[in-house]
Design a protein around this ligand. Structure first.
Ligand code: ATP
Length: 453
C-alpha cells in the first residue's frame, strides 16, 4: 500500500489535499494522471451501462436536494453509526469496529469508552442568506436552522427514485429499465482512512434497475443474478485481479430491513478484506417512501394491461475511488526487467488495461540533440495528440524514458530514430513484454485505436 501511495504522489495520480496548508485529514486530490485514470473508468462505465444498452438511461441530478428526500429515504433517522469516545484521550471510534472491552487503540489506556451514541453520517449545510445571519453555525433547533438546513447527498441513488416519474414521462421506457448516475457523495465518516478507500467526499456510480413487482422469488432472482454477473464482467473488463474479489452474501440480521437480498463485492486490500461494491434488491421500498412523503404518484402504468403499480428495484452500487484503488493495486507489478541490459535490473510497471491508461503512448526522438529526429518525432506526436492522449519525452536516455512510462502504465513507447527518417517507420515498444516492432508511421493511428479504445 505504501508503494502505491508513494507512486501516486510522485507521479501525479493522487495528492494529499490542501497540502501547503498542512493538508486536510483523509482528503485527496486527483492529479494530472489520476484525473485521466478516473475519467477513463467513469467513461467506460457510462458507455457500458448506459450508452450501449437499450434498457438504461442516465441522469445528473443536483447534489443538494430537498431535505425531505432524506426524511423519506430514512437517512435522517437511520443513516448513522454508533460512536464511542475513549474516556482518557477523547478520540472517537465506531463502536461496531473496535473491541470495547480492550484498551484504546490510540492511547492504550484502559479507562474504557463512553456509552455508544448514534451519530448521523450526513453532512449538513445551511442554504440562503438567513444562514449567514448567524456567522457560526445556527443555533441547534433554532428558526434559521430548521428553515435552511440541507444535506450534501450521502449517495447518488435517491435522485433516481425522486426523478423516476420525469424520466418515465420523457423517455417512455418500458419495464424493465434502469436509471444510472455518477457523481459525488458525502458522508461524515467517523473513521475515514486507508488512502482513497474511505473518505468523507467520494464518487459513486449507481444504477437503479426497475422491474415489475415479481410474482415469485424466481422473477427478481433472475434480474439480481444478471446484475451480479454484470458487475463481475465489469471488474474483469477493467483488469481487477479476480482472485482477490469475493462475493459475500449478507445475512438476514446484517441486511437493511427493506432489502430482500444483498451481496457485497469484497476485495483483499493490503489492509484486509473489505467492501468494494454492493448489490441489493430493495423491493419497492424507496418509491413507496417517496410516494408517502411527497404525495406524488410514482406508479408505472403497464401499457398493455393498463395496470398501475410501483416497480421494484435492483441496485448495483459502485464506488469510483475504490475502483481506482483496486485497479491500481491489481496493475502494480514489480518484476525482473525483460529489458534489463538497457534499464537496469528490476522495474515497476502498472499493467493497466490500455483503455484505462492515462497516456496511450509516449513519443520519443532517439536523441534530443538531433534536430531532424526531433522534428519528425514532433510531427508524429502532434498528429497522434489529436486522436489520443499521448506523452512527449526527450530527457535522458531511452531506458530511463521507458522506465518512467512503465511506471505510469503507458502501454506503448514510440521511438523515432535515424531509420525513421528514410523508411518512415518507428519502433513501438510494448509495456508488458518490452518487445519492440517496427511500424509504419502511417499505421500508428490504426495500431493504437485497435488496442487502446
Ligand atoms: P462501507 O461498509 O465500506 O462503509 P457502505 O456499505 O456504507 O460501505 P454503500 O452505502 O453500499 O457503502 O455505498 C456504495 C459504495 O460506495 C460502496 O460499495 C463503496 O464503493 C462506496 N463508498 C461508500 N462509502 C464510501 C466512502 N466513505 N469512501 C469511499 N467510497 C465509499
Amino acid at each position: 500500500m505504501d508503494k502505491i501511495v508513494s507512486l501516486c504522489k510522485r507521479r501525479g495520480f493522487v495528492f494529499p489535499s490542501s497540502e501547503i496548508y498542512g493538508g486536510l485529514a483523509n482528503s485527496w486530490d486527483y492529479g494530472p494522471l489520476g484525473v485521466e485514470l478516473k475519467n477513463n473508468i467513469k467513461q467506460l462505465w457510462w458507455k457500458r451501462f448506459v450508452q450501449e444498452r437499450d434498457d438504461m438511461v442516465g441522469i445528473d441530478a443536483a447534489l443538494i436536494m430537498n431535505p425531505k428526500v432524506w426524511e423519506a429515504s430514512g437517512h435522517v433517522s437511520n443513516f448513522s453509526d454508533p460512536l464511542v469516545e475513549c474516556k482518557k484521550c477523547h478520540i472517537r471510534f465506531r463502536a461496531d469496529v473496535i473491541d470495547l472491552k480492550k484498551a484504546c487503540v490510540s492511547c492504550e489506556a484502559k479507562d474504557g469508552f463512553t456509552e455508544p451514541k448514534q451519530f448521523n453520517l450526513m453532512l449538513r449545510t445551511f442554504l440562503g442568506p438567513a444562514a449567514a445571519l448567524n456567522e457560526s453555525e445556527p443555533r441547534p433547533g433554532g428558526r434559521e436552522e430548521k428553515a435552511n438546513v440541507a444535506y450534501f447527498r450521502p449517495e447518488t441513488a435517491q435522485a433516481m427514485f425522486v426523478d423516476f416519474k420525469q424520466v418515465l414521462d420523457t423517455t417512455r421506457k418500458r419495464l424493465p429499465f434502469g436509471i444510472a448516475q455518477m457523481g459525488k457523495a458525502f458522508r461524515n465518516e467517523i473513521t475515514p482512512g486507508n488512502f482513497i478507500f474511505r473518505t468523507r467526499e467520494f464518487e459513486q456510480m449507481e444504477i437503479e434497475y426497475f422491474i415489475a413487482p415479481p410474482k415469485n422469488d424466481k422473477e427478481w432472482q433472475k434480474h439480481f443474478e444478471d446484475w451480479q454477473k454484470e458487475m463481475r464482467e465489469w471488474l474483469k473488463e477493467i483488469g481487477v485481479d479476480m482472485s482477490k474479489v469475493h462475493e459475500t452474501e449478507i445475512s438476514d440480521e446484517e441486511r437493511a430491513f427493506y432489502s430482500k437480498r444483498t451481496i457485497d463485492f469484497e476485495f483483499d486490500y493490503p489492509f484486509g478484506k473489505k467492501e468494494l461494491y454492493g448489490l441489493a434488491y430493495r423491493t419497492d421500498y424507496d418509491l413507496s417512501q417517496h410516494e408517502k412523503f411527497s404525495g406524488a404518484s410514482l406508479k408505472y402504468r403497464d401499457p398493455e394491461t393498463g395496470e398501475e403499480f410501483l416497480p421494484h428495484v435492483i441496485e448495483p452500487s459502485l464506488g469510483v475511488d475504490r475502483t481506482v484503488l483496486v485497479v491500481l493495486l491489481s496493475a502494480y507489478t514489480e518484476d525482473g526487467d525483460p529489458d534489463a541490459k538497457k534499464v537496469g535490473a528490476g522495474r515497476v510497471f502498472l499493467k493497466l488495461k490500455p483503455q484505462l491508461a492515462p497516456y496511450k503512448a509516449a513519443i520519443f526522438p532517439l536523441l534530443a540533440n538531433k534536430p531532424e529526429l526531433v522534428k519528425l518525432a514532433r510531427e508524429v506526436y502532434d498528429d497522434l495528440r489529436k486522436k489520443f492522449p499521448v506523452a512527449w519525452d526527450d530527457r535522458g536516455n531511452i531506458g530511463k524514458r521507458y522506465y518512467s512510462q512503465d511506471e505510469i502504465g503507458t502501454p506503448f513507447c514510440i521511438t523515432v530514430d535515424f531509420d525513421s527518417l528514410e523508411k518512415k517507420d518507428v519502433t513501438v515498444r510494448d509495456r508488458d513484454t518490452a518487445k519492440q516492432e517496427r511500424i509504419p508511421i502511417s499505421n500508428l493511428e490504426t495500431y493504437l485505436a485497435g488496442t487502446c479504445l
